[in-house]
Design a protein around this ligand. Structure first.
Ligand SMILES: NC(=O)c1ccc[n+]([C@@H]2O[C@H](COP(=O)([O-])OP(=O)(O)OC[C@H]3O[C@@H](n4cnc5c(N)ncnc54)[C@H](O)[C@@H]3O)[C@@H](O)[C@H]2O)c1
Length: 331
């Protein structure tokens, strides 16, 4: 299989590339990534010398260039996105450009070049906030709350329209919140872990009772792999961690893993439009033989240990040096 991975230098995409290269021999991977602030070539050091791996620094919105570089490939797995809710509230425009128009470009390329599969990496956030006891299935309506989730929902609808109108063989993977090594330290878990390591305050939104369902990143990658190989064309698959926890619970677990004081937890003003709870069912992908394998306890310990042992990875990001680093390396 010859797979184009877009956004493969980010958190989940880089784990997915490593997963595929470790598991399958003879698969070729082309990683197309614009290297925004969130893209980090260091995430893929392990793949750099692999003859089956190629990297191209490019924007998925540059259709003419992308359609040339993907010649000879038959599948696109699209991870490329602006992915941080807080940034989408401050600067929504780039979310529409990348998440919606970028997806549109890739769909057009797949349609005209006759790709065998297009997989859109989406999110449980497209369903919006779940009330107590409510759990969304793949059939539930989309009800996004912020510009990030709205841009992802718009992209999903476009993907489904290409399935219905052009019979493009597509799938959508909607996962819950991922966590694990190499996650950019603006996101909840790596922010709290790295702040706690440095004895800095852990800024907890509102009352800390917002609920997220935590999925270890490698479990998500195995789920996407299952969809790639067994997904039925046109279908959406939810990928859940089955670990719904209040944010305050996760904050205290991180403190416990690092043997720090709970005094570090500092309540801050809530995010506008903050979804209270995300909850999805994942029976459909379980029917294809997938289930989450890493417990929250094990996954959190592994993640905390990784940040403890890789300060060189996150310290330069948090100090702002990383931008200079990548400009020097990828002019
Ligand atoms: N992190 C989560 O918890 C989570 C949960 C569900 C779904 N998702 C989805 O998974 C995907 C990956 O998320 P992530 O956490 O790895 O994000 P990330 O922000 O770590 O990585 C995004 C990657 O996309 C690249 N990119 C951004 N704009 C681009 C463009 N215009 N052209 C090419 N590349 C571009 C960035 O350089 C970066 O490498 C996203 O689509 C996101 O919506 C994430």
């Amino acid at each position: 299989m010859n797979i184009v991975v877009t956004g493969g230098a980010g958190f989940i995409g880089s784990h997915f590339i490593k997963h595929i290269l470790r598991k399958y021999s003879g698969y070729k991977i082309l990683n197309i990534d614009k290297l925004t602030y969130a893209g980090n070539p260091e995430n893929l050091e392990e793949a750099e010398d692999n003859p089956d791996y190629t990297f191209v620094k490019e924007d998925i919105c540059s259709k003419r260039i992308i359609e040339k570089v993907v010649e000879g490939y038959d599948v696109i797995v699209n991870f490329a996105a602006e992915s941080h809710v807080d940034r989408s509230i401050e600067e929504p425009e780039v979310f529409l450009k990348t998440d919606v128009m970028g997806t549109f470009n890739l769909l057009e390329i797949c349609r005209t070049a006759g790709f065998k599969k297009y997989i859109q990496i989406s999110t449980d956030e497209t369903y919006g906030s779940a009330g107590g006891g409510e759990t969304f299935s793949e059939e539930s309506p989309l009800n996004p709350s912020n510009p990030y989730s709205a841009s992802k929902a718009a992209a999903d609808l476009l993907v489904l329209s290409y399935s219905k109108t052009y019979k493009l063989p597509v799938n959508i993977a909607r996962s819950t919140n991922n966590y694990g090594p190499n996650q950019y330290p603006e996101k909840f878990i790596p922010l709290f872990v790295t702040n706690a390591i440095e004895d800095k305050p852990l800024p907890l939104y509102g009352d800390g009772k917002n609920v997220r369902d935590w999925l270890f990143v490698e479990d998500n990658c195995r789920g996407i792999d299952v969809i790639l190989h067994k997904g039925i064309d046109g279908e959406i698959y939810n990928i859940a961690g089955e670990n719904e926890r209040e944010n305050i619970f996760i904050a205290k677990k991180i403190i416990e893993c690092l043997d720090k004081s709970e005094q570090l937890i500092k309540p801050v003003k809530d995010r506008p439009g903050h979804d209270r709870r995300y909850s999805i069912s994942c029976g459909k992908i379980k029917g294809l033989g997938w289930k989450p394998e890493v417990s929250l306890e094990d996954g959190l310990r592994l993640t905390v240990d990784w940040y403890k042992t890789h300060p060189q990875w996150w310290k330069k990001i948090k100090s702002g040096e990383f931008l200079e680093y990548y400009k020097k390396h990828y002019k």
